[in-house]
Structure formats: structure tokens, C-alpha cells
Design a protein around this ligand. Structure first.
Ligand SMILES: Nc1ncnc2c1ncn2[C@@H]1O[C@H](COP(=O)(O)OP(=O)(O)O)[C@@H](O)[C@H]1O
Ligand SMILES: [Mg+2]
Length: 326
């Protein structure tokens, strides 16, 4: 049996806004095994980032959002921890990298300072040891001439190098889980591929669990073992990558698959588009949330909400049409 490193159980994240409460994540459950890369996909606005920020409890519970359900790190609840205890987990047991490295790096400190600080706080290293380890980290993430780069400021590095530096900072504490939220979206294609290779390599070498959020299914196919498909705050399909790509069950997953560019770079028949857009949280449709955009929706779909059910092996789907076929 694979060992679960992170488990999210029935997570609901509800924002308090001026126009009332809005539930951005609604009953999401999934797990990440030790050493596994789990892909999380879905169009923009489906709740991927809110899910990942909720795992780290980054929203202020007094002002911004409330959480329900549970989040377990190695079987221990994170949602019930006090803020102080949570701080010991953030960036230490669970680290996160974002799309935008420039805004998450501090412009007034050198790259080296920012990694060394993490090492000194979390691992109690002295200055000299921390510097050595920092250079080693920079080498590990493929930054050339790390003994020189260590003393440079973020603006002195290229976009790809900054992203590598951010990964080095995230990995400085040997996290058990790495959350990567669209880590390569801002980079050009060759650099994207290099960063994904790096995440894959580090995942293998350090045996950490990775939650890889991306809207790029081609990246998922190359990198992940399992994948979760989100639509409007819920999981609509989940399964092993191979099964999902061979046989996407949910009409939404199917639509996403049909919009992947072909391998030769040519886009197929002008690229299929799922009709319409992801609705706002203030306009969540009744019944199946995808029904208004679904080519197969029936009256039942527009009235009742299907549950996420196992169809075969590891593959689960939230769709009456598929569930009634088997
Ligand atoms: N701080 C917030 N307050 C209110 N609504 C929010 C907040 N952050 C995100 N949302 C809403 O939550 C939904 C999911 O957003 P997000 O998780 O960022 O989507 P994704 O990462 O999948 O593109 C969106 O409708 C978004 O407008
Ligand atoms: Mg996002």
C-alpha cells in the first residue's frame, strides 16, 4: 500500500465578501502519496489555487475565509492547529511555489540570503554551513556558477533562473509536500520543460509528494501519476493519468482533452473549446454544476447534483450519464 503523505477530506473554503459568503471549494477530497506527483487540472476559476492556499491555511480565518472538513499531514490534522504551530508547517513540512517568482522573492536580499535564512531558522545551521548548503541547493536546481549566483539579487537573474531559485528556497527545508501552483505559466516553453524536468527529478530524489496545479494537460501527461479534475469548486473526475487520458469519462474532462494541442505543435481543428465560461461563485447553477455547458445534460442533470462515484479501479466521476451506463 502506498503511504499517504497528505490527505484532504471534504474540504470547504468559504469566503466572506461584501456581497455575502461565497464557497469557492465545496467538499473536495483527495490524497497525495509519498513520492507521488498528483496533477490538479481545470480551467481558470475552478478553485485550484484556493484549494492549495487552504491546505496551508493562508487565508485569515477571522477576516477572509472559513475552512471546514479536514487536512491531514502524515495522518495528523493540520486544520485544528493553532496559527503558531501552522507556521512551523508552512515552508517546512509543506512548501509552495507560485507562478510569479519575482513577486515571491524579496528584491532587497540576495538569492543566497533568502535560502540561508530558511536554513538557519528551520535547521539551526551556522552561517558557514548554511552558505555551503545554499550553494549546494542552487547547484541541485541547475543554476550555473552557484558560488557566484548566491550573492546576486533577484533582478540580476533571468525568469527561468528566478523560478529555479524559488524552487531552491522551497526545497531548502526538505519539505514532505511541495505544492506547485502553475509554476511555469509565466515562462517560455523550453524553460517550462526544464523546470518540469527539475520538479520531476527532485520528486524522485527527495521522495516528496507533489501537488502540481496546471491548466496544461500535456504537462500532466508527462509528469503526474494521478490526476484530479476540478470544476467550479468540486472534483468532477479523478484517476490514474493513463486511464484518464485513454478514457476520459466526464464530459468536462473530455472537453479539456480535446483542447490540448497535438504533439506536432499543430492545433487540431482550430482547437476544440468547451462552450461558455466557468460561472461566478454567486451564480452556481442548480444540479450538476457543469450542466449549463454540457452537450449531454438532461432535466435530471439540471435538477440534481451527481455524486463523485468510483467507476472502475481508481477512476471516479461525478456524472449521471456515465454512472448510469455502467
Ligand atoms: N479572496 C477571495 N475572495 C473571494 N473570492 C475568491 C477569492 N480568491 C478566489 N476567489 C474566487 O474563488 C474561485 C476559485 O478561484 P481560484 O482558486 O483562484 O481558481 P483557479 O486557481 O482554479 O483558477 C473564483 O471564482 C475566484 O473568483
Ligand atoms: Mg490559480
Amino acid at each position: 500500500m502506498a503511504e499517504k503523505i497528505l490527505e484532504v477530506k471534504n474540504l470547504c473554503t468559504t469566503f466572506r465578501t461584501e456581497r455575502g459568503t461565497m464557497r469557492a471549494v465545496d467538499g473536495v477530497s483527495f490524497h497525495i502519496n509519498k513520492g507521488e506527483i498528483l496533477g490538479v487540472v481545470g480551467e481558470s476559476g475552478c478553485g485550484k489555487s484556493v484549494t492549495s492556499q487552504s491546505i496551508l491555511r493562508l487565508y485569515d480565518e477571522k477576516r477572509t475565509a472559513s475552512y471546514e472538513g479536514d487536512i491531514l499531514l502524515e495522518g495528523k490534522s493540520v486544520l485544528s492547529l493553532k496559527e503558531k504551530e501552522m507556521q512551523a508547517i508552512r515552508g517546512y513540512d509543506i512548501a509552495m511555489i507560485f507562478q510569479d517568482a519575482l513577486s515571491s522573492l524579496n528584491p532587497v536580499f540576495t538569492i543566497g540570503d533568502q535560502i540561508m535564512e530558511t536554513l538557519r531558522i528551520h535547521q539551526n545551521m551556522d552561517k558557514e554551513k548554511a552558505r555551503e548548503e545554499t550553494i549546494e541547493m542552487l547547484r541541485l536546481v541547475g543554476i550555473p556558477a552557484p558560488d557566484k549566483r548566491v550573492d546576486q539579487y533577484p533582478h540580476e537573474l533571468s525568469g527561468g533562473m528566478r523560478q529555479r531559485a524559488m524552487i531552491a528556497i522551497a526545497l531548502a527545508c526538505h519539505p514532505k509536500v511541495l505544492i506547485a501552483d502553475e509554476p511555469t505559466t509565466a515562462l517560455d516553453v523550453t524553460i517550462q520543460a526544464q523546470i518540469m524536468e527539475l520538479i520531476k527529478k527532485l520528486n524522485e530524489e527527495l521522495d516528496m509528494g507533489v501537488m502540481l496545479i496546471t491548466h496544461d494537460l500535456a504537462v500532466v501527461a508527462e509528469t503526474c501519476s494521478r490526476v484530479v479534475v476540478m470544476y467550479l469548486g468540486q472534483i468532477v473526475e479523478e484517476g490514474d493519468v493513463m486511464d484518464l487520458f485513454d478514457n476520459p469519462l466526464h464530459p468536462y474532462t473530455n472537453g479539456l482533452m480535446r483542447s490540448i494541442p497535438k504533439l506536432d505543435g499543430e492545433r487540431q481543428d482550430r482547437l476544440y473549446m468547451i462552450k461558455g465560461m466557468v460561472p461566478l461563485l454567486s451564480q452556481i447553477p442548480k444540479g450538476c454544476r457543469f450542466a449549463p455547458r454540457c452537450p449531454y445534460a438532461t432535466d435530471k442533470c439540471r435538477k440534481e447534483m451527481p455524486e463523485l462515484k468510483t467507476i472502475e479501479g481508481n477512476q471516479k466521476v461525478r456524472c449521471f450519464r456515465v454512472q448510469e451506463e455502467v
